[in-house]
Design a protein around this ligand. Sequence first.
Ligand code: ATP
Ligand code: MG
Length: 160
Amino acid sequence: MIESGEMQMSFRYFEIKPYLCSIIDEYRHLAEEKGIELKLNYVPDELYVLGDKERLKQVFTNLIHNAIKYTEQGRVEIIVEEEKKFVNIIIKDTGIGIPESDLDRIFERFYRVEKDRSRDRGGSGLGLSIVKHILELHNSTIKVESKIGKGSKFYFDLPT
Ligand code: ATP
Ligand code: MG
């Protein structure tokens, strides 16, 4: 359904800071349980982005949930960098990382890195394919950098 091309989109300008604060609040508990710091870096007030709020919420929740799920210690940081006509959004963790050989496949439907390490963490391998699809509908691209044992960084742009 999600990739049927029939997804109804509703683009609006909305303020990014309160939006991110409330999404992150929903994950405080999970992060605290694991002893991981969950942090939103400085975001200017009255910074507006253009997008579908509800769909983008799926993007943020999937990325933040992954970051917490695949991190055993340290922190998950959400960073908003303001550029001239867009913002760059970064979700960065100090988790288990992703092997280089899997990096170009993790956005495929049902793809999960090494079944063994993912099995006990649950999940279907759909999250990132949904993220990719929703961002494509925003003319944006999800990108990733990762090092095994060091952590991962997922990032994308949104128009302002
Ligand atoms: P679902 O999101 O459907 O519950 P999932 O988390 O396994 O399941 P994806 O979100 O699509 O699926 O992620 C695909 C795979 O990429 C994961 O199984 C995991 O191995 C790897 N991965 C995703 N995010 C991270 C991350 N932040 N750190 C390390 N590995 C990650
Ligand atoms: Mg996931």
